[in-house]
Design a protein around this ligand. Structure first.
Ligand SMILES: Nc1ncnc2c1ncn2[C@@H]1O[C@H](COP(=O)(O)OP(=O)(O)OP(=O)(O)O)[C@@H](O)[C@H]1O
Ligand SMILES: [Mg+2]
Length: 247
């Protein structure tokens, strides 16, 4: 059974078809990247998977469960197995420790365990070199640091499915590489399935097992990294990866 199965999914906002009749599967353990230009529908798709929004047509199945048919209570239970890092992450007006511990405290986890997990997460995302980082006011951090806090806050809850929306958009090349390593290691060592939206085709090529190319709400092509980047079947995919797509 696929981990996530998207069936004939559409999302319309007034007259805008943000997602237009797409279907694909994500298998357990994959890093699945969604590429496509601005406005292609990447964020909308991630929000639908995370149940922040409901489809206009079609359905999403998580471990075989149709998300459309869940009660609010069941949604909360399923959402706890997922973690979404927003494209524009926000931090709470408190210190870094409380920001990262937030989801663990919601789950009533023992204080000592929370402390250990928060420390591990800070180290994992590459923030432990900042002196007294746990006590820093989160609002005082740089854009890239906030992005790392947002990732730490999500992975600390050990979701089975990690949804990442442009996770390296605010980072310099060194930190892009650090975060790509983090994503790869949590996928491999902690067995999290990752669905990641990115503008950055090179990132998709470096990280993805599978790639879906979205354009104008439509799924143009889906396949392995090799197939999409070296033998694309569609002219639109070819134009996009060659940087020649006009839109
Ligand atoms: N709440 C909304 N109301 C109206 N239109 C929306 C809403 N959310 C998204 N859209 C529209 O749906 C389309 C897809 O938007 P989406 O944010 O999913 O694209 P994206 O691929 O994530 O773009 P980007 O790469 O810039 O982040 C856009 O045309 C956008 O304006
Ligand atoms: Mg987006």
């Amino acid at each position: 059974m696929p981990h996530v199965e998207i069936r004939n999914l559409s999302k319309e906002y007034n007259s805008v078809k943000a997602i237009d009749g797409i279907s694909f599967n994500v298998e357990k353990g994959e890093i699945f990247t969604i590429i496509g230009p601005t406005g292609a529908g990447k964020t909308t798709l991630l929000h639908l998977i995370d149940m922040l929004d409901t489809p206009t047509f079609g359905s999403i199945h998580y471990d075989g469960i149709n998300l459309n048919l869940l009660s609010e209570q069941e949604k909360v239970a399923i959402r706890r197995r997922m973690g979404l890092v927003f494209q524009k992450p926000v931090v709470f007006k408190t210190d870094v420790y409380k920001n990262i511990a937030y989801g663990l405290n919601l789950r009533n986890i023992e204080k000592e365990v929370v402390e250990r997990k928060v420390k591990d997460a800070i180290k994992l995302v590459g923030l432990s070199h900042i002196e007294n980082i746990e006590k820093r006011e989160a609002k005082s951090l740089s854009g890239g640091e906030v992005q790392k806090i947002a990732l730490a806050r999500t992975i600390v809850t050990e979701p089975k499915l990690l949804l990442l929306d442009e996770p390296t958009a605010n980072l310099d090349p060194t930190n892009v590489a650090i975060l790509e390593d983090v994503i790869q290691s949590i996928n491999y060592e902690r067995k999290m399935t990752v669905i990641m939206a990115t503008h950055n085709m090179f990132q998709a090529e470096r990280l993805g097992n599978k790639v879906a190319f979205l354009f104008d709400g439509k799924l143009i092509e889906v396949g392995s990294v090799d197939a999409i980047f070296h033998e694309p079947r569609e002219e639109l995919t070819k134009a996009f990866i060659e940087g020649k797509l006009v839109y």
